[in-house]
Design a protein around this ligand. Structure first.
Ligand code: HEM
Length: 455
């Protein structure tokens, strides 16, 4: 299985096909299993050889290899997250081809335009506004009865993004738009859409293409009616092409899709994971309670809890890149067209980087600053997530307010699954707000979500 001068395993033929299939079906845990068997970097040559060598896939889970790839976006192009292209000239293709799939100068120009709108100073200056939104939402949650926290958490993040990034607080339309974007994302990750990409009425693919048209038309209409202001919409409007002309309405809609769409699903998923990890580890939850009672949202322990949840359950558990030239990654040769799969989930549980990596131990971050690669949650390098400051601010504000408001319990709640659709998130987050003096026991749940918890 060792090819030429390469010193890492290259799976070919049936073992290659089987590894490809298992990674496609379960990229997180199949990645762990293959990594345990084959080491941190291995290649897969699928059996279908249309050219001299079929398109190679390389699995990567070391910091050095991830750094080589992520710090060099000119050699390793971003492919975006959506698997469905859509027909040529369709709204689906335009919305999919937003900023995350772009590469080169055109993409750099967009990053430069948007970065100030997501900069730390701008986010910190809005902390009180954020806290007020979070408080208002949590005040409306039920007390003393179990509810699924996913929808209320989603509302917090959507409102925070609307207000802080797009100057659109109290605009019910933007919350309805968020529903459209979410349905659009889900349709793209429906297996039936992927296996039958035919424009036949009734098929999920047809539904997706039509849904994309509706989404694009709705975004164009909404954007055209928004007043100017110091927010990301104005920044989208400020972008000009090579001839100095502004983006057309459809291109602006695709940019807005990327920015708003990237902001809420990811951040809400990250908060959901925090809640499950804290419920599973009541001693950590109690410490958070005490620390917040004495220092409020500025306690370093809150930062540590957030970093630890992102380490153990990164909402975006891998990044995929397309090679555009010849290179060698940790002993494996790659050439144009090959794909690289970086597993942050595996890297974040690497025993050479973290003591007892399977344990939820926020205290590990009290004397160690999180960096772009530790934990790897927002990607790294010149294409690192633009929204991480906003995401962390909303995560902290939500946890701080929840822990100040009540004791948080998750009772015995049976099985909780995990769904992978852009992000990997729990399928339920049962939550019970109780008076502060309640002595909480560890939550017990089973299923795929339990697999992510402390062991
Ligand atoms: C916990 C929440 C979040 C997580 C875990 C997360 C994670 C990521 C990751 C892993 C990438 C790289 C994707 C890739 O290269 O394949 C990314 C890119 C990006 N994220 Fe986030 N993100 C979060 C929140 C946000 C927010 C709040 C925004 C706000 C607009 C945002 C905007 C972006 C943008 C614009 C990119 C593309 C950057 C580029 O391609 O240059 N993200 N994010």
């Amino acid at each position: 299985m060792l090819a030429g001068r390469e010193r890492r395993t290259i799976l070919a033929g049936m073992p290659g096909a089987s590894a490809y299939a298992s990674l496609a079906l379960d990229p997180v845990w199949a990645g762990h299993r293959l990594h345990a068997r084959l080491g941190p970097t291995f290649g897969i040559d699928p059996p279908l050889k249309r050219r001299k060598r079929s398109r190679r896939g390389v699995f990567v889970a070391t910091e050095a290899a991830a750094e080589q790839i992520l710090e060099n976006p000119a050699r390793f192009h971003s492919m975006g997250l959506s698997p469905v292209r859509g027909p040529s000239g369709s709204a689906q293709r335009r919305l999919r081809d937003g900023m995350i799939r772009m590469n080169g100068e055109e993409q750099t120009k967009l990053r430069r335009a948007y970065a100030p709108g997501l900069a730390k100073g701008r986010i910190c200056a809005q902390e009180d506004r954020l806290a007020a939104i979070v408080r208002e939402e949590i005040d409306a949650w039920p007390r003393g009865s179990v509810f699924d926290a996913r929808t209320p958490i989603k509302r917090i993040v959507r409102r925070a993004a609307a207000a802080m990034l797009f100057g659109a607080d109290h605009d019910p339309e933007i919350l309805a738009i968020a529903d459209l974007l979410e349905q659009h994302a889900n349709l793209q990750f429906d297996l039936a859409t992927l296996i039958a990409p035919a424009m036949i009425p009734g098929l999920p693919y047809h539904r997706l293409v039509r849904h994309a048209e509706l989404t694009e038309a709705t975004l164009i209409d909404w954007i055209s009616r928004r007043p100017p202001g110091d927010n990301l919409l104005t920044r989208i409007a400020s972008v000009v092409d090579d001839e100095g002309s502004p983006l057309d309405a459809k291109a602006k809609a695709a940019q807005f899709w990327t920015l708003y769409g990237a902001s809420f699903h990811t951040t809400a998923t990250a908060i959901n994971w925090c809640l499950l990890h804290l419920a599973w580890n009541p001693e950590v939850s109690r410490r958070l309670d005490q620390e917040i009672a004495s220092a409020g949202r500025t306690t370093p322990f809150l930062d540590a809890v957030v970093a630890e949840a992102l380490r153990m359950s990164p909402p975006v558990p891998f990044q995929i890149r397309r090679c555009v030239g010849d290179d060698c990654i940790d002993g494996i040769d790659v050439s144009a067209g090959d794909r690289v799969f970086i597993s942050s989930h595996v890297m974040n549980r690497d025993p050479s980087a973290y003591d007892a990596p399977e344990r939820f131990a926020p205290e590990r971050w009290l004397d160690r600053e999180p960096t772009a690669y530790h934990p790897l949650a927002f990607s790294a390098g010149p294409r690192r997530c633009l929204g991480y400051t906003f995401a962390i601010a909303v995560m902290k504000a939500t946890l701080a307010e929840m822990w100040q408001t009540a004791h948080i319990g998750v009772p015995d709640c049976g099985g909780i699954g995990v769904r992978l659709a852009i992000t990997q998130g729990p399928t339920r987050v049962p939550l019970l707000l109780q008076p502060h003096d309640t002595k909480g026991a560890a939550a017990s749940f089973t299923g795929a979500a339990a697999r992510q918890m402390s062991r």
